[in-house]
Ligand binder design. Structure first.
Ligand code: GDP
Length: 461
C-alpha cells in the first residue's frame, strides 16, 4: 500500500546543535498527540483548541506533566498544511539530546517514525504538489548557487509540470481524434490530415528533446563542471589549482614533474562549481610513477566537461605544448579554455599560434592571483548563457529518462505515419508516449517509482 494512514513524526531540522530544532508531526492524530505532550502558556486551552495557522508558547511535558523543554507549537489543520493532513510543528531548543528526547516522547504518545521524504510523499499523494514539484523540494534544499536555486524554485512553482502538461494534453487530443476516427469510421468525423499530424508530432518531439537537453545543464549546475587542468610540467597547473581552491592542495615546486597524480578539489567561481583535477604534466615520461599519473590524466580528460589548457607566457612553445594543442584539437564534446599563465613574465610565447587554435584564450598570473575574473566570465559564457533554451527549469535523471522515452515513442509514431502504417498502430505508440509523460509528472505512476523518488529524500522532509 502506498499510503499508510499512520500519524508520523520526525525531526525536520539537521541533527546538530543549533538555535532551534523543529519536530514535525503529521496525520489524523497529530493534534491529539500534541495535547498529550504540549501545554500552552501564552494562551488558554489545549493545542486541539487552536485554529489552523496559529501558534502558542508553552512547555513540552513528559507523561507525568513535568517540563522537558519550553518552545513554540504551530498547528496546521487539514487540508491547509504541507502534507494536506493535520500537522503540528514543535520548535524546541536546538540540541541533539533534547530534540531526540522530545521525539521519543511524541512516539510514546502515538506517532510512528517518518520514513525518508514521507512528509513530502504525503503532500504529493494528497494532491498538494505534482511529482516534479515534490522532487524540486530536495533540489531546493541542496541548491548551492543562485542559478540552480532560481531554477529549482521555478520547478517547485510548477513550471516543469505545466510545460510537460502542454505536450501530454496535445498527445491526448491527437489520441482522441485518431480514436474517434478509428472507432467510428461510419460517422462523419473528419479524418485527421496526415500532413497536419506529422507537423504536430514533429513539433512535439522537438520540444520534448529541448526539455530533455536541460538535463546536461542541470547536471553541470548541481554537480559542477568536471574540469581538468592540463599542461606541460612547471607551467603553473598546481599554482592555478591552489589559487582556485584558495589554499595549498597540490605540491608546488619548480622541479618538473612534481605533480605525480591527480589531486581533486571542488571550487566555486560565482555561479559555477568546478570539480577540478590537477593532473600530472602531460608528457611522455620515463618515470613509472608519474607514468601512472599521466595515464589517469588522459582518462580524466576523456570524461571532462572542461579542459583548462595551461601555457607558459615566458617560454616558447615546445613539444609538450604541441602535444597538448594537438590533443585539444581532437577532442569533441568538451569545452576548452587556453590559459596563458605567468602573464607577469616577459612574453616569449607564440600567442598567435595559440589564438589561431583556441576559441577561448585568457591571460592569467596564477602566482600573482590575477586573471581569475576573466576565467569566471568566460566560463559563465560557455556554461550558463544560451546553453539550453530553457533556463528556468531543472531536469533530473528520472525525468530525462521519461522524456527520452516519450520522445522516442513520438519519433516512432512519426516514422510509422510516414511509412503508411495504420492509424490504430500509431495510436498504440502515442499512448506509450503519453504514459511516459504522465509518469514524469506523477499523474500515472506506479508505487515502485514513487518509493524510489522519495527514498532519496532526507528524514524529516
Ligand atoms: P605545474 O608543474 O604545472 O603544477 O607547475 P607549478 O604550479 O608547480 O609551478 C611551477 C613553477 O612556476 C613554480 O615555481 C611556480 O611558483 C611558478 N609559477 C606558477 N605560476 C606563475 C606565474 O603566474 N608567474 C610566475 N612568474 N611564476 C609562476
Amino acid at each position: 500500500m502506498i499510503y499508510e494512514d499512520k500519524t508520523i513524526a520526525a525531526i525536520s531540522t539537521p541533527r546538530a546543535a543549533g538555535g532551534i530544532s523543529v519536530i514535525r508531526i503529521s496525520g489524523e492524530n497529530a493534534i491529539k498527540i500534541a495535547d498529550k505532550v504540549f501545554e500552552c502558556i501564552s494562551r488558554k486551552g489545549m493545542p486541539s483548541e487552536m485554529e489552523g495557522y496559529s501558534c502558542a508558547y508553552g512547555n513540552v511535558v513528559d507523561e507525568n506533566g513535568n517540563r522537558m523543554d519550553d518552545g513554540v507549537i504551530t498547528v496546521y489543520r487539514t487540508p491547509r498544511s504541507y502534507t494536506g493532513e493535520d500537522v503540528v510543528e514543535i520548535s524546541c531548543h536546538g540540541g541533539i539530546y533534547i530534540t531526540e528526547k522530545i521525539l521519543r516522547r511524541i512516539s510514546e504518545a502515538g506517532a510512528y517514525p517518518a520514513q525518508a521524504g514521507e512528509f513530502t510523499k504525503r503532500a504529493y499523494i494528497n494532491g498538494k504538489m505534482s511529482l516534479t514539484q515534490a522532487e524540486s523540494v530536495m533540489d531546493i534544499i541542496s541548491a548551492e548557487g543562485s542559478a540552480v536555486y532560481r531554477r529549482t524554485r521555478s520547478v517547485k512553482e510548477g513550471t516543469l509540470f505545466k510545460r510537460i502538461k502542454v505536450y501530454s494534453d496535445r498527445i491526448v487530443k491527437i489520441l482522441g481524434q485518431i480514436g474517434a476516427w478509428v472507432d467510428y469510421p461510419e460517422e462523419d468525423i473528419p479524418e485527421i490530415g496526415e500532413e497536419g499530424l506529422i507537423r504536430e508530432l514533429t513539433e512535439i518531439s522537438g520540444e520534448l528533446r529541448k526539455i530533455s537537453a536541460v538535463y546536461d545543464n542541470t547536471r553541470i549546475l548541481k554537480a559542477g563542471i568536471e574540469t581538468v587542468i592540463a599542461g606541460k610540467p612547471n607551467v603553473g597547473k598546481s599554482t592555478l589549482m591552489n589559487l582556485l581552491a584558495g589554499y595549498e592542495k597540490s605540491i608546488v615546486t619548480d622541479i618538473a614533474g612534481t605533480t605525480r597524480d591527480i589531486v581533486e578539489e571542488s571550487v566555486r567561481l560565482g555561479d559555477i562549481v568546478l570539480r577540478l583535477s590537477d593532473t600530472a604534466g602531460l608528457r611522455g615520461s620515463e618515470d613509472i610513477i608519474e607514468g601512472i599519473g599521466i595515464k589517469r590524466a588522459e582518462e580524466k580528460i576523456k570524461n571532462a566537461d572542461l579542459i583548462i589548457a595551461v601555457f607558459d607566457n615566458g617560454e616558447a612553445l615546445n613539444d609538450d605544448d604541441m602535444r597538448l594543442i594537438k590533443m585539444c584539437g581532437e577532442l569533441r564534446n568538451v569545452k576548452i579554455v587556453a590559459c596563458i599563465n605567468k602573464s607577469d613574465r616577459v612574453g616569449k610565447i607564440d600567442r598567435e599560434y595559440i589564438e589561431d587554435r583556441f576559441k577561448n584564450v585568457i591571460d592569467i598570473s596564477a602566482e600573482k592571483g590575477e586573471g581569475l575574473d576573466n576565467l569566471q566570465r568566460i566560463l559563465e559564457k560557455l556554461f550558463l548563457e544560451n546553453e539550453s533554451v530553457y533556463d528556468d527549469i531543472t531536469v533530473n535523471e528520472r525525468q530525462k529518462i521519461c522524456l527520452d522515452r516519450a520522445f522516442g515513442f513520438v519519433e516512432e509514431a512519426l516514422e510509422a505515419l510516414k511509412g503508411g502504417v495504420t492509424m490504430d498502430a500509431v495510436n498504440i505508440v502515442l499512448d506509450d508516449a503519453l504514459n511516459s509523460l504522465l509518469e514524469l509528472t506523477g499523474e500515472r505512476v506506479n508505487e515502485a517509482v514513487i518509493n524510489e523518488v522519495f527514498s532519496h529524500f532526507c528524514v524529516g522532509k
